[in-house]
Each structure stands twice: as structure tokens, then as C-alpha cells.
Design a protein around this ligand. Structure first.
Ligand SMILES: Cc1cc2nc3c(=O)[nH]c(=O)nc-3n(C[C@H](O)[C@H](O)[C@H](O)COP(=O)(O)OP(=O)(O)OC[C@H]3O[C@@H](n4cnc5c(N)ncnc54)[C@H](O)[C@@H]3O)c2cc1C
Length: 329
């Protein structure tokens, strides 16, 4: 329009390009990549493109990347193993951080004959940690044998099964804040609840410390076998999924309510309520995030009208969703 002064502020796309330039020296490709499809990074095998995907080669690079993103006002999203997320078809604007090799480690310290502490990088697979602690005869993480994803993601979700939860044996977390500060928080300073750890927006978990007690390897192996057998009998295999799609309402099972509402096997596009376990939605092969989201809304409405319970999603929605979608989350 005539007479209008053009804005000199960089656009979102320009800010992303500036961030790429800032980070490229400390994190050269493939640590930092542009326009990365995220369907390969999620267990659902669904998801659009991330503007930038960073696998930080060190804690310092992670800290400086978060600080630079904040300074340039580029949004940051953290992705772990991608086993409890639904990434939108439109993808994720800004920077996606996915911790990799530099954050995969397990370091044991025997405190005495009865206890040990273990320091674990956030990208370490939760299953690997559970197996390692059982093999060493340390008790507390047997429930995790069979929970896919990273230990960092498991902390954020307070992952649990069969009466166990990550928070029960956690001692402390090493966090990188959105400002790029590195801070340690003890278990007492953290607020865990059912499938949730309350962190400040933008905080990223880099490392975790657990305290475990000694037990007999044979007894622990038996417990793991019991847990794995239960999983094999109850969970769908074969199709990509993200585990339990809804949280269990107090005193109830989401799966039982969905089954009661007659929704087992219901489809929307390529997404289906698993005929084996009603609280799992599976990707039959061509599901979009939109299909899964539509099916979730349908399940919420049907369960509400038949059982009077509104199911809350357990899966986290990541990326760009339109307003109607966001309101339903
Ligand atoms: C077959 C199957 C079975 C499952 N069974 C169980 C089960 O029994 N119990 C259970 O609790 N869950 C279960 N899940 C869900 C999932 O495996 C867990 O929630 C898991 O702990 C998520 O870890 P992730 O690394 O995949 O996190 P993601 O799915 O990548 O992320 C989950 C959330 O954590 C955040 N996040 C990830 N990493 C970090 C980090 N380093 N710092 C800060 N935030 C982070 C993400 O931003 C996102 O909000 C299952 C999933 C599948 C596919």
C-alpha cells in the first residue's frame, strides 16, 4: 500500500535460515538438517516435515542451540523416540531437537552392596536401561521392559506400567532450559503426576540419575518375563501405533470404555481402533495425522455419549494443527 513503511523484522522463514547459519558450524550435517520428514522418526510412521532437525553433538551445543533459537524467536520442539506423539501432517515449524548418540550412555556407580546409582543419557532406550539393570541385579525398572522410546521421553511422560512408574526410582534430572542454562533438579523439586512431568516450557531433559536397590537376578528376570507375557497377550502387534492413545480415567480403563462403546475395529481413513486393544489406534498403512485425530474425536464423542466420560489424550500432539484441531486436544 502506498506510503506504508515496510517492516524490517525478519520473517519466520528468515529466522529459521539465520538459526541454521548460526548452528551449522557447531553441528554440521547430518547433525543439523533442513526439511526433514518426521514420519520416519515416529512409531506411528506419520508426520509432516520439520524445518530444521538437530541431533546435538554435545551438551554445550544443545545449550547454545536453545539459547540461539530463543534469541531468534524460533520455536523449539523436542522429540524423543517418537513413540507417544502424533505429528501433524503440516509438520513442525522451527527447530526440532532429537537427542542422539551423544546422549546415549549408561554409567553405573555401586554405592554399597545394597544400592547403586545410574546416570543415563536422555536418548538411551528405556528398554535397554531396564534390561541392563535387571542383568546387574538392580530392582526398580522391571516394569519398563517393553516400553519403547527414550529415557528422556519416559521421564517427560512419567511412563509406567503394571504399577511401576519412572518417578518412583528417579533421583535427579539434568535439564537444559530454553535460555540455554544447564540445571540439575532433584526428585523433590519435580512435579510428577499420571503420565506427566511438569517442566517449564522449553526445558529439555539431557541426563537422568536413578537410585536402585539390589535384588536377585533370577527374581527380576521372572518379573520381566511376566510383564512381557502380559504385553504380548494384550497389545496389538504388526501395525504402527503410539501405545495407549487416551489416559485411563480415574478408577477406569480407557480401553474398556472404548470397547463398551462398540468402537473396536472402527476406522477413519487409514487409522483404526485396534481390534485387539481398544485403547490403541493403529496405522493400517496410509493413515494421516488427520485420520488419527478424526478417529480420536469420534471415540471421545461416542464414549461421552454412551458412558458419560470424556477421554483425555495420552499421546502428545506435535506440530501445526488448525484451530479446530487444537481446541479438541
Ligand atoms: C507399543 C507401545 C507400547 C507402549 N507402552 C507404554 C506403557 O506401557 N507405558 C507407558 O507409559 N507408555 C507406553 N508407550 C508410550 C511411550 O512408549 C512412552 O510414553 C515413552 O516413554 C515415550 O518416550 P519417547 O522417547 O518415545 O518420547 P516421545 O514420544 O518422542 O515424546 C513424548 C513427549 O516427551 C517429550 N520429550 C521427549 N524427549 C524429551 C526430552 N529429552 N526432554 C524433554 N521432553 C522430551 C516430547 O516433546 C513429547 O512431549 C508405548 C508406546 C508404544 C508404541
Amino acid at each position: 500500500m502506498a506510503g506504508q513503511v515496510p517492516s524490517l523484522a525478519p520473517t519466520a522463514t528468515q529466522r529459521v535460515a539465520l538459526l541454521y547459519e548460526r548452528l551449522a558450524a557447531a553441528a554440521p550435517p547430518p547433525a543439523l538438517r533442513r526439511d526433514v520428514p518426521l514420519d520416519r522418526c515416529t512409531s506411528f510412521q506419520i508426520g509432516g516435515i520439520a524445518d530444521l532437525l538437530l541431533d546435538p553433538p554435545s551438551l554445550d551445543v544443545l545449550a547454545s542451540a536453545l539459547a540461539a533459537a530463543r534469541e531468534l524467536e524460533v520455536p523449539v520442539t523436542c522429540l524423543g523416540g517418537g513413540t507417544n506423539v502424533l505429528v501433524s501432517d503440516a509438520g513442525v515449524r522451527g527447530l526440532v531437537v532429537r537427542l542422539g548418540k551423544a546422549f546415549e550412555f549408561i554409567r553405573w556407580t555401586d554405592l554399597d552392596h545394597a544400592t547403586a546409582e545410574v546416570e543415563v543419557g536422555a536418548a538411551t532406550r528405556f528398554i535397554r536401561l531396564a534390561k541392563d539393570s535387571v542383568a546387574r541385579g538392580f530392582q526398580g525398572l522391571e516394569f519398563a521392559a517393553g516400553i519403547p522410546g527414550s529415557v528422556g521421553g519416559a521421564a517427560q511422560m512419567n511412563a509406567g506400567a503394571f504399577g511401576g512408574e519412572l518417578s518412583q526410582c528417579l533421583k535427579s534430572l539434568l535439564l537444559v532450559t530454553a535460555r540455554g542454562e544447564i540445571v540439575e533438579k532433584s526428585r523433590e523439586e519435580l512435579q510428577f503426576s499420571y503420565r506427566k512431568l511438569a517442566l517449564e516450557a522449553g526445558d529439555m531433559i539431557a541426563c537422568l540419575r536413578f537410585r536402585l536397590t539390589r535384588s536377585s537376578v533370577g527374581r527380576l528376570q521372572q518379573e520381566v518375563a511376566r510383564v512381557q507375557d502380559k504385553r504380548r497377550r494384550n497389545q496389538p502387534v504388526g501395525y504402527p501405533n503410539a501405545g495407549s492413545i487416551f489416559k485411563n480415567p480415574p478408577g477406569e480403563y480407557a480401553g474398556r470404555l472404548i470397547e463398551k462403546a462398540g468402537l473396536k475395529g472402527r476406522t477413519e481413513g487409514g487409522a483404526q481402533v485396534s481390534p485387539e486393544h481398544a485403547n490403541f489406534i493403529v496405522n493400517l498403512g496410509s493413515a494421516t495425522a488427520r485420520d488419527v485425530r478424526n478417529l480420536m474425536s469420534l471415540v471421545q464423542e461416542e464414549v461421552w455419549s454412551r458412558c458419560g466420560v470424556w477421554l483425555e489424550p495420552e499421546v502428545r500432539f506435535i506440530g501445526e494443527w488448525d484451530e479446530a484441531e487444537a481446541a479438541g486436544s
